[in-house]
Design a protein around this ligand. Sequence first.
Ligand SMILES: [Zn+2]
Length: 334
Amino acid sequence: MIWENRWHPLLERWVTITSHRGARPWQGAYASETSAGLSHDPSCYLCPRGLRVSGAKNPDYAEVFVFDNDHPAFDHNAPEPLPVGGVYQSAKANGICRVMCYTPDHAGRLSELSSAGMQAVINVWRDQTEELMQRDDIEQVFIFENNGEIVGVSNPHPHCQIYAVPFVFPSTKQIASAVSRYRTRQHADLFAAIVAEEEQDGRRLLTQNADWVAFVPYFAQLPYETWIVPRQPIATLSGASAASLAHLGQVLSQVLKMQDRLWASPQSYILSLHQAPKPYIGNHDFRFFLQIQPMLRGPGLQKYLAGIETAAGHFLNDGSPEEKAAELKATGRA
Ligand SMILES: [Zn+2]
């Protein structure tokens, strides 16, 4: 079993080898066939009273439930890295991985939560971020949801993952360096410029309110990619007022419903909360945003990340963001 971070000397980023996770439970395709539509599945390890692989039994939770991942990719109890030499370097896979069930309803979906249910989820996202960011051994808290079998979700019970790590993820580093270069060259806030551009153009705007703007960005990498950006610069969810968090719930719910209404079947997506890591907390140019990356480009049509995306790191978007935003808007905002 090998579990450690290995440095990629050419891409200059860590790769985490987690060979122990190869045997983690997989209830994806199996569970969606056997428990589709059930609000409680006794064999589900995420349901209330469900039995987990660690032997722990879930409480009879009524709203949101968070627990330490039984198959963490990062953990402070990870083994010490194996000795290595030459250009190669390794590090312990330190960190904290948690699982967060959005609701006890096995058949639920984030898009279908009541406004109170959505608010509970957002409040726990904020609370978890605050708690984990207070730790000296954590630099970044990254929260994401893999939704749908094609994204590789191992259990259909509505849930997301919380990864708290002692380093900064590559995309975050790239965004941070872009906003700081823009500040140096243009003496301005790049996120504010993007929001202004989207509002002025208007064609890609999906919905907005006093605190948040949702749009398919001009530079979308995937056909129905959607961003939700706060009007005021906040670094993490901790920086948002209670009113602003309520407004985020409304916008997120509207946008997810648009994605689901496009076709007969619900959209599969990766939802991620891009929050500032510690080194960028005081830098107002790094703005929190929420990103939804839908993985279907048509009913039952999966967008495969193939050679050009996976190997070259270059995305081909098979739909114009203007047209895709119009399709989403046509589903209504209810
Ligand atoms: Zn369940």
